[in-house]
Design a protein around this ligand. Sequence first.
Ligand code: PGA
Length: 245
Amino acid sequence: MNKNLHESILLADDIRLGVDQLVRSKLPTILVAPAFPFLYSVSQTLGGHPSIATAAQNCSTERCGAFTGDVSADMIRSTGARYVIIGHSERRSIFGETEALICRKVLAAYEAELSPILCIGEKLEDRTSGKYFDVVKKQLESALSSCSGEQILKTIIAYEPVWAIGTGVVASSAQAQEMHAFIRQWLTPSFSMEYAKSVPILYGGSCNPGNVRELFSCPDVDGGLIGGASLQAGDFLSIVKAAME
Ligand code: PGA
């Protein structure tokens, strides 16, 4: 919940201009995820850019109807967005989103032909008590067990240890790689090795221009979900450049 309409458009425009100065053939997929009211304007600002797409930060479980204040996946798609973040730790902890609700949101995203960016990750107490694999496994099972191979190929997973989000404490590359490999391993029996390799697994939590190179060098870290460092075009573009190396 950062930036108003004017600021969101300026940021998207600065990102677009910066991206256009980079080598086109090496560009990764770049997503920007403004707040709901600005999705359409930001999509328009990006003007159908071949490498930058828009994502919403949340969606309803429902398609339409009397759900005052909710925003459906269909509505999001109609703004030009093609992705939606689901199950961010702040949605889970502040807004009480349960595993069952998150699973319904993932299904709602598929139904509207949006790619879900499923956020998972353990709290500090799960890390210190050594239960972090169990927690992440449960989150994966609850959200993705019922999805088809075709659906999993549209899915992005973001591993975001809660203790690293907005704290300035970043997971070490060894911790990130260990968990990303675990997630890929979890995908393999259900969806085949080929499919498991195709699912992008992003790392999120205090990524910044100074630490992403090391994180992105891990074999199972396919990219990042960037919070604070995405609020300044310069920092975000440095992270895009690191992803190109
Ligand atoms: P951060 O946020 O990069 O500021 O830690 C990540 C997130 O909100 O997912």
